[in-house]
Design a protein around this ligand. Structure first.
Ligand SMILES: C[S@@+](CC[C@H](N)C(=O)[O-])C[C@H]1O[C@@H](n2cnc3c(N)ncnc32)[C@H](O)[C@@H]1O
Length: 389
């Protein structure tokens, strides 16, 4: 093998592994329970598609198969991605279950995806509907969610739930929107500012999930994956020590994105008036100081979600983490600072001949300091009060 081939194999393996993060049962359960609490019939009579998901190891399929009857599901479909397309073809070994199955085909097993279907028939006649009643067959292609056969499955689904490949998150989101389905997917908070995602948030077509917003999510990863030792130790402390099959890592930035309603987004944030914040805010930046006005937006800077004044009627720049508390009946989102002037809210652009940090400031909301220099803020959501105080 030449050095170049070695390198490209290594890159393929690393790339494959970067997408191989398996969601934990407890995280799925917490989030689904929040939807069910808000609407006990959320899954009733529905066809559910779990793409990018192999039930031999994925918790999503196991979870929904176990709850199939209780949730009143009509049909559960999950699809897996071919090992050779993941870049793990050479290392791949089919499970004993697949090998023992009459439909097993060595070549197809490596190069084709599979589709698993549960329709509420007690196939093995053991008195229960669960994962053992799943029927499977090979797909014609590799199970890529963009393939016509998986698109056709999306089009018969009411709801799509998965943790999609991180490297294809934007495409996956566009695929969901195109399919006009209800969905719940795992993603990263970093995606909020993406041009594909933010407009959906702004127009209340997508929102943060109900859980995992301030906590780490732990994921199982194939052994030998490129994960940091400190994340591995943290996952261990969270109750996920390495086992025979997997190592575990945590991602502080992971969250759910969904368009399924839940109670958290209808809870109003309890806030003080602007006067009370000036007197009593626990933040020294606000108490006795007040709110600074941006120089390049007609808005005030609110550096902490709990310092949002309840009675200010203009636009406010708030931390991105406000989304975890966002209630669309209380505030509306009118823009975001990190996407240029896409929302027409900017008052000015800085010229690098006048302002040394113009490039940075033009991406951000800027505050003019007493000495005449400018300071950029972190990315800010621009929000406005919706109801009269
Ligand atoms: C982040 S993992 C999550 C796996 C599983 N859904 C879970 O949460 O446990 C994403 C999965 O998508 C698969 N994948 C990567 N590219 C894909 C594609 N184009 N189409 C379908 N699946 C893909 C990966 O191999 C990986 O198993």
């Amino acid at each position: 093998m030449t050095a170049m081939m070695k390198n490209s194999n290594l890159a393929a393996a690393k790339k494959a592994k970067n997408d191989e993060f398996y969601t934990q049962w407890a995280d799925i359960e917490r989030e689904m329970n929040a939807y069910l609490e808000y609407n006990p019939d959320v899954f009733r009579g529905k066809t559910l598609l779990l793409p990018c998901d192999d039930p031999e190891w994925s918790n999503f399929t196991k979870f929904f198969a176990l709850h199939f009857k209780e949730y009143g599901l009509k049909k559960l479909i999950s699809t897996s991605y071919a090992p050779s397309s993941k870049g793990s073809g050479d290392l791949f070994a089919p499970t004993a279950l697949e090998k023992m199955s009459p439909g097993y085909d060595e070549e197809k097993s490596r190069d084709q995806g599979r589709v698993f279907i549960l329709e509420g028939h007690d196939v093995n006649d053991d008195g229960r509907i669960n994962i053992e009643d799943l029927q499977w067959s090979y797909l014609n292609g590799d199970g890529d969610f963009r393939s016509p056969e998986v698109i056709a499955l999306r089009d018969q689904a009411d709801i799509v739930i998965t943790n999609p490949p991180f490297s294809l998150f934007r495409e996956f989101l566009a695929w969901l929107v195109e399919g006009d389905v209800q969905f719940s997917i795992v993603g990263s908070n970093n995606a909020i500012t993406y041009k594909e995602l933010f407009p959906l948030i702004m127009h209340n077509r997508l929102w943060k999930g109900a859980t995992a917003n301030n906590t780490d999510m732990v994921f199982a990863v194939p052994k030998g994956s490129d994960i940091s030792e400190s994340d591995k130790q943290k996952a261990d402390r969270l109750g996920y020590p390495e086992d025979d099959d997997y190592e575990y890592t945590r991602l502080g930035n992971s969250c759910w994105f969904t368009n399924i309603d839940h109670g958290r987004r209808h809870e109003p944030l309890q806030l003080m008036s602007m006067d009370d914040n000036l007197k009593y805010s626990k933040h020294k930046e606000i108490r006795g100081v007040g709110y600074l006005k941006y120089d390049n937006y007609d808005a005030i800077e609110v550096p902490f979600t709990d310092a949002i004044p309840s009675d200010y009627s203009g636009v406010m720049g708030v931390p991105i983490t406000y989304l975890d508390k966002y209630n669309p009946d209380q505030f509306e989102i009118v823009g975001i600072t990190d996407r240029g002037n896409e929302y027409g809210l900017k008052l000015r652009e800085y010229d690098k001949n006048d302002v040394p940090n113009a490039g940075d400031l033009n991406r951000r909301a800027a505050i003019k300091l007493a000495d005449g220099s400018y300071k950029g803020t972190y990315a800010r959501l621009l929000i406005r009060r919706k109801v009269a105080a």
